[in-house]
Design a protein around this ligand. Sequence first.
Ligand SMILES: [Zn+2]
Length: 417
Amino acid sequence: MPHTFKQPALARLLRYTQIHTTSDPDSQNVPSSPQQWDLLRLLQAEVTEMGMTEIHLDDRGYLFATLPANTDKPIPVLGLLAHVDTSPDFNGKAVKPQVIEAYQGEDILLKGSGDYLSPKNFPNLDRLLGHTLVTTDGTSLLGADDKSGIAIILSAVEYLLNHPEIPRGKIRIGFTTDEEIGRGADHFDVKAFGADVAYTLDGGPLGELQGENFNADSATVTFYGRSVHPGTAKGKMINALTRACEFQQRLPAHLTPETSEGRKGFMMLHDIRGDLEKCQLHYILRSFSRRELAEFGQNLHDTMQAMVQQYGEGCGEVEIHEQYRNMAEVLDDYRYLVEIAEKVMKEQGITPNLEPIRGGTDGSRLSFMGLPTPNLFTGGENFHGRFEFISVDVMAQAAKVVVGIITAFTETEFTSH
Ligand SMILES: [Zn+2]
């Protein structure tokens, strides 16, 4: 069956990558860049053509559609989600994908830039021998993140429309915007979407199944100075820049991303802006446990307190802002979501990889908005840059997993939810 999905998934991916959908963090528009509408409208036409129902593209750029149930069994409505935008971290315009059939482990020349995509630098390539790969030409990212997710979802939906003998509950699909700039869930209407649970198709290599992510806060640390002509500054000048540097130096060096992996959290200095009169340091704080995250925040407050004692009241302040929380807290009440995906993967000979996400997804926000949403693999790798690539064979396996999950929902006895 995975073979069934290869051609349709590839054709869709290539079609979608031709549409420039880079999101724009500097824009306050919704969606942030007008080009995202181009892909949304194309997808609206495609799902209409395919025969999906309850199709609605709202004025904020959320496209929802339904694959109706073909059984009367009471089954939770299942949502499938992917995002249309690509990362502003790298050029996403004029994407010229290269398709490599039956990959043999060689270095792949990216013809536009002269770079090589090589298993020496990206050892994961060695696991994809014989696969059909899609790469960039080196002048742009590919946008498999997350156009592959869209291609996988629609290939699975199309398969089910062509195979009405396969029982299924009601499926809702949702294509969203601005995920890459952290706004994908901002205007998501959970009620209008009408699913009980969902999966995002926005993961990486084969087997990824993510139901856990960081708790995230950001912090702004401000120092105030006093500018005086440097020639006559003795005893009068207060330099906010040097205070800011001192603050950073006082923080523990072992709690940075460069020294953390696995289940360890971190506090990272993200940027410093300012001048002698006023200087702000921006931090991101990340941990899988809320307790440790609170300790990181406390650490910043304590450090400031020590400096206030040394330099006096009003020399600076710390503000902490909540960003997102670990979806595992929500998914704990919906264990079947991860369990069903795990079981389906194993049945299909795929080893599930449940490592937590050292970051966040739209799914983590949505989970706390009332739509529990773990994340599934798509086959894409090296997202957000010129070395992005995807295995079409793994995309096909993802489509098969999606169909497997939909089938498994019809075979599961749901007591609550
Ligand atoms: Zn993504």
